[in-house]
Design a protein around this ligand. Structure first.
Ligand code: TXA
Ligand code: MG
Length: 341
């Protein structure tokens, strides 16, 4: 398939892309979190093509992207008050809200579940594409299944060229980490942490739980609250290793792993924070951001996984797993198979 590569700064790109969406094709597009791989959310056949292009298991449901609360309302039934509170305070935002689904939502979108995930992105290119398409856009992250989410147009081109109809290219995604996912079906529960943090949410709707699948792998036979949790995620070909402890302990563990592997001719990279970078001497490292601003670390994590994909080991510092650090740690834990040294 010939994939059109289009510039989001060009006016005519939106007409081309929205025509493709309406006629049942696939368009990758930028959002403030990561690039999405979009199809007409009302068209079962179009949605099925997303799973083929990504190699995604068909029981892993998709997020519907909307341009307004009014458009979201039509996709749900039995809507709780907490939905309106959250949507009115946060949307447009990196916050995905799960409620019971309306009958107009195809089974291919919800992976056969009785619920549906919806979000209104804040990125202006995404909003314009949704608006011109005139339908909710079903979209997972635009990476091959299992690979790190794409935070730059070039990542999407790497994974999707030849597999989809068009790629709408803008610059780097603002946050670089996927949306917070919250289910309001029973007690409000965060299924995936992100830039909208537990405290921000509980300030609006009161008590909120954090699913234990955020911190730990599922046990054999255990039912996933979110089907996406079952699958290995975000992993580069390099082995990702995470190290815990205070700054000195982390430094000691990382240096010894680095030195031992380098002796064995393995290629290693350390992902450090601005605060700790000086501790590693002349070892090869990438400064991810500031540990005091975990959102800066989040925004460079997936890009670093892709950049050092061909290395043997990616050695990572950990952050406290609360608030924004929780978003970072959730992605890191999945990439290292939940094994923290
Ligand atoms: O920021 C984002 O959320 C990006 C951009 C493109 O919007 N999208 C994204 O989609 O990350 P995806 O498909 O890669 O992740 C969606 C997650 C998956 O783990 C999926 O299992 C879960 O949300 N999910 C979707 N619908 C669900 C539902 N009805 N019940 C439980 N989990 C659901
Ligand atoms: Mg994804």
């Amino acid at each position: 398939m010939n994939t059109l590569i289009l510039d989001a700064k060009q006016e005519q790109s939106y007409k081309v892309c929205s025509d493709i969406i309406r006629s049942g094709g696939l368009v990758a597009f930028p959002t403030e979190t990561v690039y999405g791989l979009g199809a007409n959310g009302f068209c079962e056949n179009a949605v099925k093509k997303i799973f083929e292009a990504k190699g995604r298991p068909s029981d892993n449901p998709l997020i519907l992207h909307v341009e307004s609360i009014a458009q979201a309302e039509k996709l749900y039934r039995d809507i709780p008050q907490s939905f309106y509170k959250l949507a009115e305070v946060f949307w447009p935002a990196p916050l995905t809200i799960i409620c019971k689904k309306a009958s107009c939502v195809p089974d291919a979108v919800s992976g056969g579940l009785d619920t549906v995930a919806v979000r209104m992105p804040s990125d202006k290119h995404a909003l314009r594409l949704i608006h011109e398409s005139g339908v909710p856009i079903a979209a997972p992250s635009a990476n091959l299944s299992g690979k790190p989410s794409p935070t730059r147009a070039e990542h999407v081109i790497q994974d999707m060229q030849g597999r989809i109809d068009a790629i709408l290219c803008a610059g780097d995604c603002k946050y670089g980490v996927e949306s917070t996912v919250i289910s309001l079906v029973n007690l409000p529960t965060i299924l995936r942490p992100g830039i909208i943090t537990p405290h921000m949410i509980s300030a609006v709707i009161g008590e909120v739980q954090i699913s234990k699948s955020v911190f730990s792998p599922l046990h054999e036979g255990e039912l996933a609250p979110s089907p996406g949790m079952k699958y290995k995620h975000y992993s580069p070909d390099a082995e990702v290793m995470a190290f815990s402890g205070n700054a000195d302990e982390m430094r000691a563990k990382i240096c010894s792993a680095y030195d031992m592997n380098c002796v064995n001719k393995m290629k290693c990279i350390i992902l450090a924070s601005a605060e700790t970078a000086h501790l590693y001497g002349d070892r090869q490292l990438e400064i991810m951001g500031s540990a005091k601003a975990p959102e800066s670390m989040c925004s460079s994590l997936f890009a670093a996984f892709r950049k050092y994909n061909e290395y043997d080991y990616i050695l990572c510092e950990t952050l406290a797993d609360e608030e924004l650090g929780l978003a970072y740690m959730n992605r890191l834990l999945r990439a290292c198979g939940f094994l923290v040294l």
